[in-house]
Design a protein around this ligand. Structure first.
Ligand code: ACO
Length: 440
């Protein structure tokens, strides 16, 4: 297996010669370390006056990146070259986070040092803690999470400046650690329970479960299998190259905005039901089908009818045209976790499995290469762990944080990076005069 992280080469392949309206240009071809080919159009407009138009950026590379590799056709996902299946089996979320941010698996010493930083930064400033009183109990945890991430930077202005690796590492640990404390505090506030302080002796996920489920008069001792299941979910969500939220983090970061502002924007982008919000939408869909005793074939027929504007949530992906490898791992885990929790039959899991079967034998889904994505089974596991549906996308945010941080760092460290500023094709009115109010 190749372990090279060679930067894209512009030397070997021949440039592509294009002639647009009599103006010729040779467009360099960039080749990635997995032999992906891209046409570099950075001089297209200055040479020809033309820009490209790519709705939804389906054909546009926004950057070169050495963090995550996906082959959507083959269903391959690797972090820094390491297959997701190996990380799922052997790694922990904290170790995977360091791998993503620094490019290598950490030594024991580096891992322990980073764990120390996570402990050091796990508490919230009293001022931040009091901010939870200002949110209505019905406030969506994603809104609270995004607001609080920005608020952290108000209390720790040093995170605005990244002078060296030590300040970056400390800011990264602060963000990863506090986001977990904030998420649990948002949940506790929403159910009218007192906020629970973290316990420094607990590892990352066990500490989160403790803050979620302990009460001052009733400690919660997390079961190691449940902790492992949560750790696995976070590993599987840790990065996914240039998806909507990560591109948002890079977009905001490209202006020079600090790590916290950029990741708060990532939370907002993740919130949408076509992205991270899909895990909650899957549960709503399954619940709707069960509660209304809807026949699966009828539901699938509705999904296929474009006028219904209903999608099979947790199905389909911009990049994967094969089974999402994360969904494959989670599908196997769902059974295990439910058994461990003593759930012999979970109607939601059974329904999801039947839905998958029906969909994957239907030419609508087969022809369009629509397979279950990571959100199809993750919600079922999180629900079994007792995580409320409104918190699902928050869990995704906690998991994705190392990926966002890694991408922010990669861009920040790149001396050649420029502000993101796409162009457009204007389709509005041509020149016209202002009409005074009385003449309208
Ligand atoms: N159910 C029914 N039809 C679908 C679905 C679906 N879930 N997904 C795509 N299609 C159909 C489209 O209607 C379209 O059909 P057409 O060619 O006849 O017009 C075709 O498949 C291609 O779909 P697009 O919308 O062009 O695909 P795109 O890459 O833009 O969208 C997306 C990808 C947003 C993930 C889409 O598949 C979807 O809406 N899925 C459901 C929501 C979901 O699960 N999102 C989570 C994605 S994973 C993540 O963000 C972590």
């Amino acid at each position: 297996m190749s372990t090279s992280t060679a930067s894209p080469s512009t030397n070997s392949p021949k440039p592509i010669h294009v002639d647009i309206a009599g103006k010729a240009i040779d467009l360099p071809v960039v080749v990635g370390s997995e032999n992906e080919h891209a046409i570099d159009i950075s001089h297209l407009r200055s040479a020809t006056g033309y820009i490209t138009l790519d709705d939804g950026f389906g054909n546009t590379g926004s950057c070169s990146s050495a963090i995550t590799y996906i082959d959507g056709e083959a269903g391959i996902l690797r972090y820094r070259g390491i297959p997701i299946e190996q990380l799922a089996e052997h790694s922990t979320f904290t170790e995977t986070a360091l791998l993503l941010m620094y490019g290598e698996l950490p030594t024991k010493e580096k891992l322990n040092k980073f764990r120390g930083l996570l402990i050091q930064h796990e508490m919230l400033h009293e001022g931040l803690r009091q901010m939870f009183d200002g949110f209505p109990a019905s406030g969506h945890p994603m809104a609270i999470l995004s607001a609080m991430i920005n608020a952290v930077s108000c209390y720790h202005p040093d995170v605005m400046q990244m002078e060296d690796d030590a300040t970056f590492k400390s800011a990264a640990a602060r963000l990863m650690s506090k986001v977990r404390t904030i998420a649990a505090a948002a949940y506790k506030t929403s159910i009218g329970h007192p906020i629970v302080y973290p316990r420094p002796e607990l590892p990352y996920c066990a500490n989160f479960l403790h803050m979620m489920y302990s009460l001052p008069n009733q400690p919660y001792e997390p079961d190691p299998d449940i902790v492992r299941a949560l750790d696995l979910i976070l590993i599987l969500h840790a990065d996914h190259e240039q998806n909507c939220s990560t591109s948002t983090v890079r977009m905001v970061g490209s202006s020079g905005a600090n790590l916290f502002a950029s990741c708060a924007a990532g939370v907002c982008a993740l919130w949408g039901p076509l992205h991270g919000g899909a895990n909650a939408a899957v549960i709503s869909m399954l619940k709707y089908i069960i509660d209304n005793k809807i026949d699966l074939k009828d539901y699938i027929a509705k999904v296929k009818d474009k006028d219904s504007h209903i999608r099979l949530m947790g199905f389909g992906h911009r990049v994967y045209k094969n089974y999402d490898p994360r969904a494959k791992i989670l599908k196997g885990q769902a059974d295990k976790v439910l058994k461990k929790l003593g759930v012999a039959h979970d109607p939601m899991l059974e329904l999801a499995q039947r839905l998958e079967e029906v969909a994957l034998s239907d030419s609508y889904f087969v022809d369009r290469h629509l397979y279950p994505n990571v959100d199809f089974y993750s919600g079922i596991i999180m629900r079994a762990l007792g995580i409320p549906v409104e918190m699902f996308t928050v869990m995704f945010s906690i998991g994705r944080m190392p990926g966002w941080i890694a991408h922010w760092k990669e861009q920040h460290d790149d001396a050649n990076s420029r502000i993101f500023r796409p162009r457009q094709v204007y389709t509005g009115h041509t020149l016209r005069d202002y009409v005074p109010m009385d003449n309208r």
